[in-house]
Design a protein around this ligand. Structure first.
Ligand code: C2E
Ligand code: CA
Ligand code: CA
Length: 510
């Protein structure tokens, strides 16, 4: 049933609710993730900048020492040894100093006279070299600064301990390394000369503008999540709060959009309300005298839906008027090209609700309907249920007067189940009474119901009203009603409500 069942749609609704709740949470998470990545990148950039600054400050001492010693290169080692040692003593970070002639160390602050060939190409930009160690400290890295002018040369070394100390202190949780040419040093003081590692999160590489070295900073895998977990817990709670609110809003909006009236409006626009036709036969000859038009909802998912399932919603939402109008237009379009092969006008019964009788629009609808047929081909009967009586106001009286002028007839449907008075029947110029099927069903079963039936038949004869018996299912009922002079019969015995094509086909065979 299209308006109240919990089927696929319920599942879709739950899915949409969950999605509308998850969407802001996921979106928020993505934004926070990006924000965390940005914060980490900023962090590594700052760390690398600070490391560069510190290394440059250290190297400034070595460069200064080398500059002061360079003019002494070429002099005998005995004469300059004191000057070499003085630089080591005076300058922070300078561990040793050397003098060179023609790229050969000939005097060292450590050993005095000393001979060692230096390969200038080993030095990054001819300036600095990162070494794994030297004779004195083979396992402790050191950085050598080299200054050259012609055959003269001066060198000063910087202990790797200071370098790894800076990497450790500035780096903190950041992975930080110093690179000089193909060699690099990590915070634990280890020397490497293989390929540089890639730092998976927020990798930053900065090169000193003053000396030939580079600093690389980054974080290990999973650092973004770790950062989010430690920095954003209050924002996570806020996100979940927004998710719940958004889920509620999504749920509420869906409820609104899938309300019965919304669904009916959609179905009306999609022309899903179609007419079915049930024949009405003459009491004596059993020949077709007309048909009642019964609405069906050709629902795309639920199939054919009976009117009891949706007419109450349609009445409640006010959509019953445009729905009836659509039904009348479809009926006219379907039946007009097929004139009934009978004498006299073919009765077409249309069910009309009280709300359709509040203004004169119904007259225009009937006029439009009748205009589709050849004059006198059909007789339009409006069926008004007795359970829902129309107030006799100036407008309604005028309406019924105009309807009669048009030749439209009025039938009181479900007669016997409501409280229409004689005055009411006269006031609205009623033409037919349709006996409710509950009385017909009691023929041969219940004496009291049969008595009411007899009274209705008598009353209609006295008031000169046509009488239609609904719900005739058996020969016994049919015989009884015919014997009591009921003019018209309708029920499964003569034909069930059927789609237009079947009805038109059957019509030509009768
Ligand atoms: P109704 O106007 O009293 O229509 C007669 C109902 O009795 C129809 O049910 C019909 O299928 C059913 N019926 C006909 N012969 C037999 C029979 O021999 N035995 C039994 N048990 N039932 C029989 P349906 O088509 O389900 O319509 C139900 C009600 O929905 C209608 O009762 C009418 O009140 C309302 N309805 C149908 N179409 C429209 C419409 O276009 N507009 C309005 N406002 N109401 C409609
Ligand atoms: Ca009816
Ligand atoms: Ca009825």
């Amino acid at each position: 049933m299209p308006l109240n069942v919990k089927t696929r749609r319920t599942r879709t609704r739950i899915a949409v609710t969950v999605l509308s709740g998850l969407l802001p949470v996921l979106l928020g998470f993505t934004i926070l993730y990006m924000q965390a990545e940005r914060a980490l990148k900023h962090n590594t950039e700052q760390t690398a900048e600070e490391a560069i600054r510190q290394f440059e400050l250290m190297l400034d001492n070595n460069a200064q020492a080398a500059r002061e010693l360079l003019p002494l290169a070429g002099k005998s080692c005995i004469d300059v040894n004191l000057a070499l040692r003085e630089q080591v003593t005076r300058r922070p970070f300078v561990r040793s100093t050397n003098l060179l002639w023609d790229d050969t160390i000939y005097c060292s602050s450590l050993f005095g006279d000393y001979q060692e060939k230096v390969t200038a190409g080993d030095y990054s930009k001819g300036e600095i070299l990162l070494m794994k160690g030297n004779l004195i400290t083979p396992d402790s890295a050191l950085l050598v600064y080299r200054l050259n002018a012609g055959k003269q040369g001066a060198m000063s070394t910087l202990d790797g301990y200071h370098l790894s100390n800076v990497l450790r202190m500035i780096g903190g949780k950041t992975l930080l390394l110093l690179q000089v040419g193909p060699d690099w040093l990590t915070a634990d003081g280890t020397f490497h000369n293989d390929a540089l590692p890639t730092l998976p999160v927020a990798q930053t590489k900065l090169t000193s503008s003053r000396y030939a070295f580079t600093v690389e900073a980054g974080f290990p895998e999973g650092e973004t999540w770790r950062y989010m977990r430690s920095e954003y817990p209050p924002l996570f709670s806020l996100l979940i709060f927004f998710g719940v609110i958004s889920g509620f809003i999504g749920h509420f909006l869906q409820k609104r959009s899938s309300s019965p009236s919304h669904e009916l409006q959609r179905a009306l626009e999609a022309c899903e309300f179609i007419p079915y036709f049930q024949p009405v036969v003459h009491g004596d000859s059993k020949q077709w005298s007309g048909a009642e038009v019964l609405m069906r909802w050709n629902h795309p998912k639920e199939g054919l839906v009976r009117p009891d399932m949706f007419i109450p919603f349609a009445e409640h939402s006010g959509l019953i008027v445009p729905m009836t109008r659509s039904l009348m237009r479809q009926t006219a379009a379907l039946l007009a090209p097929h004139p009934a092969p009978f004498d006299g006008p073919f009765h077409v019964g249309i069910n009309v609700t009280a709300s359709h009788c509040r203004d004169l629009e119904l007259v225009a609808d009937c006029r439009e309907f009748l205009a589709a047929f050849a004059p006198g081909a059909i007789s339009l009967v409006l069926e008004l249920t007795e359970r829902e009586l129309i107030e006799p106001t100036a407008i309604t009286l005028q309406l019924f007067e105009q309807l009669h002028e048009l030749g439209v007839m009025i039938a009181i449907d479900d007669f016997g189940t409501g409280h229409s008075s004689l005055g009411y029947l006269r006031q609205f110029n009623v033409d037919f009474l349709k006996i409710d099927q509950s009385f017909v069903a009691m023929i041969g079963v219940d004496a009291l119901s049969r008595h009411i039936l007899d009274t209705i038949i008598e009353l209609s004869a006295k008031l000169d009203l046509g009488i239609v018996a609904e719900g005739v299912e058996t020969e016994e009922q049919s015989d009884y009603l015919t014997a009591h002079g009921v003019n018209f019969l309708q029920g499964y015995l003569f034909g069930r409500p059927m789609p237009a094509a079947e009805f038109i086909n059957a019509l030509s065979h009768h």
